[in-house]
Design a protein around this ligand. Sequence first.
Ligand code: PMP
Length: 412
Amino acid sequence: MDPATLPRIDPDTLRADFPALSTHVYDTTVAYLDNAATAQKPRAVIDRISRYYESENANVHRGVHAMSQVATNAYEGARAGIGAFLGVDDVGEIVFTRGTTEAINLVASSWGRLHLHPGANVVVTEMEHHSNIVPWQLICQETGASLRVVRVTDEGEIDYEDYERALAEGAALVSIVHVSNTLGTINPVERMIDDAHGLGVPVLVDGAQAVPHGPVDVKALGCDFYCFSSHKLFGPTGFGVLYGRRELLESMPPWQGGGDMIEEVDFDGTTYNHLPHKFEAGTPHIAGAIGLAAAIAYVRGVGFDTIQQVEADLLAYTVERLGDIGGIRFVGTARRKTSVVSFLVGETHPYDVGSILDRLGVAVRTGHHCTQPLMKRLGIPGTVRASMSFYNTRGDIDRLAEGVERAAAMLS
Ligand code: PMP
């Protein structure tokens, strides 16, 4: 893409919104290319969280006093904003969690205990993050159900025929990643949901790597559950969201007990709070919700049109620059991708390349990226992964490419 056709945002102004992008590592400014692990936070988010702790801090839901009401309004207001971001009007369908991992564990424990049994299959794919594998393994061990793993092609796409076979064999639930954190592949989740629903099979979508890169409307998708983590969407860590269709959430038992999730407690029995509070035991991460809502407002301000245009340019430029270096093997060449580039440099170990890049101030991820089964499927120990966000520049990619070239020369 010709940089002249890029949207009219001033990259320097935009980068100035993210203080951590000015961090010095060793003797240089960081080139932060590890956004799939966690994204940096704009000043608007940092300030909003500070304001909450400076002048609004109180526990939610329980207080009659003014500060508690301010905190409750901000917290529940955040839920409405987060719901709107996903295309959801009914705030009862927006459950707050510690992140994607906890959201999947919640569904596996609560829905799984209700519906899984010997002979039932949970369908996942070879490209799942460990957090969409291990919770299912645990509940399968407990209930006698099985995992049915759909194959991934050498290019890093779902083998759709194998998916259709898995559905035809009989599935209790499909649990799939929307965008692969290791490969960047954007999976055809619309079609996968339609095909599963055609057989009456509910679908959970792990959207951890999707929401930072494009609009997601869970009602248009029609999925039954959708989850993501705040910290990859420029919000605080330790916070995330589970969307669940009301009908399903209503039918599911609570998974953790404690304050706030109850209506009435008696030693003879307890009744539970209405949705979404039935699934939110204990004092929640109030600043997490407020911070995520601020992050979403920031993202909306930049706009996904701009984000997608900038990231498409960065993706193409990264592939071009790295492709010019001899001996690079790209891992994950799906037709539809986000701005994630995984690669190997000749016969070198990803860790060695990552260490050399680190000394040059280029922050990338190396290793299996919590997708060990995918690494085994592809027959590699891991990859070097550069993951770009809209605040990255071609200059960051130039530094990456120069560093990779140096690493290739030093390690060969
Ligand atoms: N799924 C995917 C695709 C991810 O990339 C990640 C984070 N790397 C997770 C799930 C887990 O997210 P968290 O650690 O924030 O719970």
